[in-house]
Structures are given as structure tokens and as C-alpha cells.
Design a protein around this ligand. Structure first.
Ligand code: SAM
Ligand code: SF4
Length: 332
């Protein structure tokens, strides 16, 4: 039996997880993610769905066993279900998952399930339609709530809500959001805002609400029990006494998680980013287009990229962003 190859970086971290942004476009304009007036990447510069599938396959042959499809809003890319079907059929892949704002789930949840998607992360920052609209600038809360119900109805067992908590926008809703996920039998992660891209009308330092403050707020209503569980990711998880729901905290500012990083990201233009908070990258679009019939060249480019994966990020909300990519380009 051949030994499965692994991707290992200079700090002995094994990379077995890839997040792929399939589009920078979105039907929402969340205040922490996008500027009011965004310029999107011309469609001709995007990787085709076939190119993305090819890169996904190369990664699985190098030991990657988890792929997350994200964006922008992944479910608004035309024919995206074909990509889910192609990736879902890869023998080396244990987990195909996606992150979505939920707006298209009513129509697409069943097709995602059929393609072999195992878990859904659905973003939901508020249960109040007006606040939801203020945060997403254009989003319709009821559409998202219906999407979540459809995903549950078609049999998704593992659903996690992602909520970015901002002071004076939605910080007073953390208990309501936890009661909502308890009621639905799903999990939630609270995310601290990260300084990705310049956003004209939003002051990130002023809106900062730390994971410790959220936990303190929750402790007035729930008993939180720390778990030792790790997803080799940035979330710290807690159980709630008397419930199955898990509550996670993604804290890039208050808790650095880089030493356990197991992931890399592919932008919708084909840039392989070795760290969310740094610009080290390799242009895989150039490689797939230069070698249309040779996956070995692609795999070698991926192996070589591991040597430039940086030790960690260096986010600081009080300084001007050092990362000019918005989150929708990077893929959250
Ligand atoms: N459109 C999909 C969605 O919203 O779930 C997928 C892409 S979105 C960029 C992925 C995740 O990143 C979302 O949960 C969103 O809340 C989060 N996000 C976006 N911008 C962020 C920022 N500046 N800091 C922290 N999280 C952010
Ligand atoms: Fe769109 Fe997701 Fe960014 Fe909100 S967080 S604007 S839903 S890509």
C-alpha cells in the first residue's frame, strides 16, 4: 500500500484543510466584510469551476481531507452544484463543507446534501429583522431563517451558526442567539471581527466586542463548560449544561491560534494564500493554465508553497489594515 503524502510546512504543521473561495460576489454587503460600493473581480479572471475541481483533486492527492467552499456567497455562483458534485466524489475527501449566508438554502439545501456536503456553517448575526438589515445592508432575515429550517428538514445534522458580534450593533443579542440554536438543536460560533480590507463607514476598533465579554454575557443565562475538543482550528468550544448545543469562540485578537494552523486558502482568482492575515501567496491559476494536462506540476507548486507559510498573523484593530483584501475575496 502506498503511504499517503502529507503537506508539512516549515513549522512542522500538517496542512490537511483547504478553504476555497469560489466568488467574491455576494447578495449581501455585511458592514464588517464589504465596503458599501465594492468593485468585484472581472469574471474572466476567476478560476473556472473545472479548474477549481482540478486544484481540489490535487490537494486531496497531497493528503488534504477537508475542503470548505466559501466566498463571497458561494451559492450564488452559477452551476456551483456541479463543483460540489465533483468534489463530493473525490475518494480522498472526508469532509466537504460550506459556509453560506443562507439566502439560497431554501432552494439549494437538498442538492448540497445530495452532493455529499456534510456540514453547513450559516452566518446569522441578528434575529431582529431591522438590525439584520443594518448589518448586512440588504439582507432579508426571514429568507435566511427559512433557509436554516429547510437545511434541517432535508436532514443536515451538523449545522453551525457563525455570528460576528459588534458592540452597539448586535452585542445585546448573544443570549437570544444561543436560545435560538438550542431550540434548533444546532451549534454556534461567535467571531471577533478581523481587520481585512478598508471599510469606509465602519470603525472596527469602536465596534470591537471581545470573546471574553460575550462569554461573560452568556454566563448570566447559561452554565458554560469548557471542552478539550479541538478542530485544529481557531474555535474554543464550550458545552451548555442541560443542552447538546456547543458554543464556540473564534478570537483572533484575544487568543492567537496560529501555532495549530492546519489550513490554506484559495482565492477565487486562484491565489493560494498561506495565511489569512498575511500576503504570502502562490499563483495557482498560472500553474493550472500553463500545464492543462499535467497535475504533477500543480502538485509540485502546492508542495513548494508550504515553505512560505508564515508563522502567524499580526492583526491590530487600532492600526490601518495591513491586509487590503476584503474577507469576501479571501474566503472566510
Ligand atoms: N457569504 C458567506 C457567509 O457570510 O457565510 C461565506 C463567506 S463570509 C466571508 C464567511 C464568514 O466570514 C462569515 O461567517 C462572516 O461573518 C465572516 N466574516 C466576514 N468578514 C469578517 C471580518 N472582517 N471579520 C470576521 N469575520 C468576518
Ligand atoms: Fe457576503 Fe458573507 Fe461577506 Fe456578508 S460576510 S457580505 S454574506 S460574503
Amino acid at each position: 500500500m502506498s503511504v499517503q503524502e502529507q503537506l508539512v510546512d516549515n513549522f512542522s504543521r500538517v496542512v490537511n484543510y483547504v478553504r476555497i473561495s469560489v466568488t467574491d460576489r455576494c447578495d449581501f454587503r455585511c458592514i464588517y466584510c464589504m465596503d458599501d460600493e465594492m468593485k468585484f473581480i472581472p469574471r474572466a479572471q476567476l478560476l473556472t469551476l473545472e479548474e477549481i475541481a482540478r486544484i481540489g483533486k490535487a490537494f486531496t492527492e497531497l493528503g488534504v481531507n477537508k475542503i470548505r467552499i466559501t466566498g463571497g456567497e458561494p451559492l450564488i455562483r452559477r452551476n456551483i452544484i456541479k463543483l460540489f458534485n465533483d468534489l463530493g466524489a473525490l475518494p480522498g475527501l472526508k469532509e466537504l463543507v460550506t459556509t453560506t449566508n443562507g439566502s439560497q438554502l431554501e432552494a439549494m439545501a437538498q442538492q448540497l446534501k445530495d452532493a455529499g456536503v456534510k456540514r453547513l456553517n450559516i452566518s446569522l448575526d441578528s434575529l431582529d429583522a431591522n438590525k439584520f438589515k443594518r448589518i448586512t445592508r440588504v439582507g432579508d432575515l426571514n429568507k435566511v431563517l427559512d433557509g436554516i429550517d429547510t437545511a434541517l428538514a432535508v436532514g443536515f445534522k451538523k449545522i453551525k451558526i457563525n455570528a460576528v458580534i459588534l458592540k452597539n450593533r448586535n452585542h445585546d443579542e448573544v443570549v437570544d442567539l444561543v436560545n435560538y440554536v438550542i431550540d434548533k438543536g444546532i451549534d454556534i460560533s461567535f467571531i471577533e471581527e478581523m481587520p481585512l480590507g478598508v471599510i469606509g463607514d465602519h470603525d472596527r476598533a469602536e465596534a470591537y466586542y471581545s470573546s471574553d465579554e460575550i462569554r461573560r454575557d452568556l454566563e448570566s443565562s447559561f452554565e458554560l463548560i469548557p471542552t478539550t475538543e479541538t478542530t485544529a482550528g481557531p474555535s474554543k468550544y464550550y458545552k451548555l449544561t442541560g443542552h447538546n448545543t456547543r458554543v464556540g469562540f473564534i478570537s483572533p485578537h484575544s487568543h492567537n491560534f496560529c501555532d495549530q494552523c492546519n489550513r490554506v486558502r484559495l482565492t477565487c482568482e486562484g491565489r493560494l494564500l498561506l495565511c489569512l492575515g498575511q500576503e504570502h501567496s502562490v499563483d495557482l491559476r498560472k500553474v493550472v493554465r500553463a500545464h492543462p494536462d499535467n497535475d504533477e506540476a500543480l502538485k509540485q507548486a502546492i508542495r513548494d508553497a508550504m515553505s512560505i507559510k508564515p508563522k502567524g498573523h499580526d492583526f491590530n484593530l487600532n492600526e490601518k489594515p495591513i491586509i487590503f483584501r476584503h474577507m469576501n475575496v479571501t474566503g472566510g
